[in-house]
Design a protein around this ligand. Structure first.
Ligand SMILES: CC(C)(COP(=O)(O)OP(=O)(O)OC[C@H]1O[C@@H](n2cnc3c(N)ncnc32)[C@H](O)[C@@H]1OP(=O)(O)O)[C@@H](O)C(=O)NCCC(=O)NCCS
Length: 188
């Protein structure tokens, strides 16, 4: 059994376990889910991405964790904390929250519920001074969630990611700091 990182009303956030990488790829590698993430991935691209996620666990003790529905342990996606490592980013190493859900889990507040648990962990367990979130202007669902969480735009941290073309640039950045999270959380 993989270690559980957090539980919420409806969800379990847990470490990755044997077999998760294949199950995740099968459920999540769709044009809709990957639309703002560079498009569907080859197995080799996913393996490299998975290895990077495992590297964050090894190096920092946190990563984008598996999100499951508590009731039936269905794999819903990922949410968690990594460190900024994108080419071109001006703030490498900053704590970065991220989320990706299978399409059937959109529109139910699942990402928000997982993100609240992740921000709690970021500040209480991992002592993050602040947490950033990265997306692109077209990904309204993602920056909408950032705003609903009380994160603030940090245009000073925006950057061009050389891996992508104009539709996926610039990367836009939001953040929230440890001092601001309790009040933001109380208003959710
Ligand atoms: C980004 C993503 C995770 C957002 O998921 P989401 O389901 O829209 O986000 P939330 O969990 O905040 O849910 C909000 C929606 O659930 C609804 N909802 C239903 N029940 C709810 C509840 N109990 N609590 C909160 N919201 C609820 C809200 O009204 C809202 O719906 P709306 O968008 O129609 O207004 C999702 O779109 C996704 O996985 N996209 C593909 C991957 C991706 O682009 N990731 C981000 C890369 S930067």
């Amino acid at each position: 059994m993989a270690d559980i990182v957090a539980t919420t009303e409806r969800l379990v956030l847990r470490e990755w376990a044997e077999g998760d990488a294949d199950a995740f790829y099968a459920a999540m590698n769709t044009p809709a889910v990957m639309r703002w993430l560079g498009g569907v991935q080859t197995p080799e691209q996913w393996r490299a991405a998975y290895d990077r996620l495992a590297g964050f666990t090894r190096d920092f003790g946190h990563t984008f964790w598996i999100v499951e529905r508590k009731a039936d342990r269905e794999l819903l996606g990922l949410c968690g904390l990594k460190r900024v490592n994108a080419p071109g980013a001006p703030n490498p190493g900053d704590f970065e929250i991220g989320w990706r859900l299978r399409q059937s889990a959109w529109g139910q507040g699942v990402a928000k519920e997982a993100a609240i648990a992740t921000l709690d962990l970021a500040f209480a367990r991992f002592a993050a001074p602040y947490v950033v979130a990265l997306t692109v202007a077209g990904n309204c669902a993602s920056w909408g969630l950032m705003e609903r969480l009380g994160m603030k735009r940090r245009a000073d941290l925006d950057y061009t990611d050389p891996r992508f073309g104009p539709e996926l640039n610039p990367t836009i950045v939001y953040s929230i700091d440890a001092a601001g999270w309790p009040a933001a959380r109380a208003g959710l």
